[in-house]
Design a protein around this ligand. Structure first.
Ligand code: ADP
Length: 211
């Protein structure tokens, strides 16, 4: 799943993974879990993440490669969220998945003006990653409706880090849209509007591609 920061990839991929009963592999979630565990790797990752920078390609490729050899992905397939983000990551992914190539690449398209507003008001659960916003907060204080975890503003949702991440998206990740289009894998889905309507659009698009 490609798309700008704040396009709703995390929310939509979680829903799609339940609908299609396949694992949701989010590099951002995997890195945040490592940060929370306080491992040496987590500490390094946090430096990049809070600055809004990408981790070095070889590091993140290693993380994804390790995850994709697990049985659940081989048997059921998977949804990949947050990877690839650079041409070199896309090329490595093609090599890693040569035996079982990607079926489809979705660009969840939301204009920059809209994601800027969403990111500024986004709040997330530190435990399960569920997404909320200032407009749609949890039911009871800032406690997650799903798991009771604390709901906070992400450290990289500051104005400076948001600008940096969106600039990197345009420079490094947006070219992948054309790259996948040239390979006949791309489907663009409008991610603007009501969350349920976007989910329905995605399911329709994926079903039609599978047929
Ligand atoms: P966002 O898409 O809003 O940046 P994510 O949760 O997907 O949020 O990722 C958070 C951070 O994790 C990124 O800013 C980056 O530092 C790191 N990261 C995630 N995926 C990758 C990747 N494929 N390559 C390099 N760094 C990554």
């Amino acid at each position: 799943m490609l798309g700008r920061q704040g396009a709703g990839k995390g929310t939509q991929c979680t829903r799609l993974s339940r609908h299609f009963v396949v694992p949701h592999i989010s590099t951002g979630d995997m890195l945040r879990a490592a940060v929370k565990e306080g491992t040496e790797f987590g500490r390094k990752a946090q430096e990049y993440m809070s600055a809004g920078e990408l981790l070095p390609d070889d590091v993140i490729i290693g993380v994804v490669e390790e995850r994709l050899v697990k049985d659940d992905t081989r048997n059921r397939g998977y949804i990949l969220d947050g990877f690839p983000r650079t041409l070199s990551q896309a090329q490595s992914l093609a090599e890693i998945t040569a035996g079982q190539p990607l079926d489809l690449v979705v660009d969840l398209d939301v204009p920059t003006e809209v994601v800027l507003v969403r990111l500024a008001s986004r709040r997330v659960c530190v435990d399960c990653g569920a997404n909320y916003s200032v407009q749609v907060p949890p039911k009871h204080g800032w406690t997650c409706d799903h798991c009771g975890g604390d709901v906070i503003q992400r450290a990289d949702d500051t104005e400076d880090a948001i600008k940096r991440r969106l600039a990197i998206y345009e420079a490094e990740t947006a070219p992948l849209i054309q790259w996948y289009e040239e390979r006949g894998l791309l489907m663009v889905v409008d991610g603007d509007g009501d969350t349920d309507a976007v989910t329905a659009r995605l399911i329709r698009a994926i079903d039609s591609a599978r047929r």
